[in-house]
Design a binder for this molecule. Structure first.
Ligand code: NIG
Length: 301
């Protein structure tokens, strides 16, 4: 059984009479907490990255991203489930994450999952599927990579795992880098009818707006953001950084639009690797993206 670790939030206080920063307002999750509220769930795992021959360092992602979130202004109810401590038994760790995600969804709350390597997404999927066993699902991935490898489960296989076992999931991925995916992976994307857009198309066409329109037609949508979709200058702390990835401005704007999607069930940000980071740039950016998302989605609470 995977251990659950709890995070102690601390930070500065400007006015002791008002709870106006996240560390002042956040409470430990329990099954009676407010419906509709966001709930952070950490997934401390880098086993998938190791198996994928990447650069480990994401194990502390959930700790450092929470440290960065702690002092951000936030006033509405928000909860923290804790972090699942992953180990070499990735499959069991992902099952544990799925169970936690399903528990939170069953409470009509909104899981905000902090990875961990991108193997986080497979556990995220398990929780969504367990909650909605019969629904037509879509997953939207902001990523430089397809993650369609057909190998032992890792941070490069999750969408192959999902699409080969579940006929009722459509896969959308935006920000694919030609320099990060071989012809074989592009062919596999065609084989699975993946709705993909290269980074240049995302920048120069209406594909994102069109994708959001299509996503409205599903029973439920879950979202994942791999930090290696963001350019290396602002997100150096990832296993496989991209030189031509999203700018900080572009990805904030896209996440803000995502937050308005009513049938969105849950959102993970993965591949924050503090051990590879420079001046906490990647963890600060991930925290800022979660914060933007929460502010935009407050209307649903
Ligand atoms: N989205 C994450 N992808 C993998 C690397 C991509 C690949 O397998 O080529 C990762 O960082 O571990």
């Amino acid at each position: 059984m995977n251990k659950i670790e709890h995070h102690e939030y601390t930070g500065r206080i400007d006015n002791p009479d008002v709870n106006e920063r996240l560390h002042q307002i956040i409470r430990r999750w329990h099954s009676k907490t407010d419906a509709g509220a966001p709930v952070f769930i950490g997934f401390r795992s880098e086993e998938g990255v190791k198996r994928n021959q990447g650069r480990p360092g994401a194990f502390d992602g959930p700790v450092v991203v929470r440290q960065k979130l702690a002092s951000m202004p936030y006033k509405t109810p928000v909860f923290d489930y804790g972090s699942i401590i992953g180990d070499e038994d990735l499959e069991t760790s992902q099952t544990a994450l799925g169970k936690s995600v399903a528990e939170v969804l069953a409470n009509n709350q909104f899981p905000l999952i902090i990875g961990g390597g991108h193997e986080t997404l497979y556990g995220h999927y398990l929780g969504v599927r367990q909650t909605f066993p019969k629904k037509k699902l879509a997953v939207i991935n902001f990523d430089a990579h397809f993650d369609l490898r057909n190998e032992r489960p890792s941070s490069g296989t999750m969408f192959h795992q999902i699409l080969s076992q579940d006929q009722d999931v459509d896969y959308y991925v935006l920000g694919i880098q030609p320099s990060g995916n071989t012809e074989s992976l592009f062919k596999r994307a065609e084989y699975f009818n993946v709705n993909y857009a290269l980074m240049n198309a995302v920048r120069n066409t209406n594909i994102y707006a069109e994708t959001l329109e299509k996503l409205k037609g599903y029973d439920a949508v879950f979202a994942t953001l791999c930090m290696d979709s963001v350019q290396q200058s602002v997100a150096p702390g990832t296993s496989a950084p991209a030189q031509n990835g999203y700018t900080a401005c572009e990805i904030h704007d896209m996440v803000a639009q995502l937050a308005k999607l009513e049938n969105l069930t849950s959102f993970d940000i993965s591949e924050v690797a503090p051990a590879l980071d420079v001046d906490n740039r990647t963890s600060s950016l991930a925290a800022s993206l979660f914060h933007s998302f929460m502010i935009e989605r407050e209307t649903f609470q």
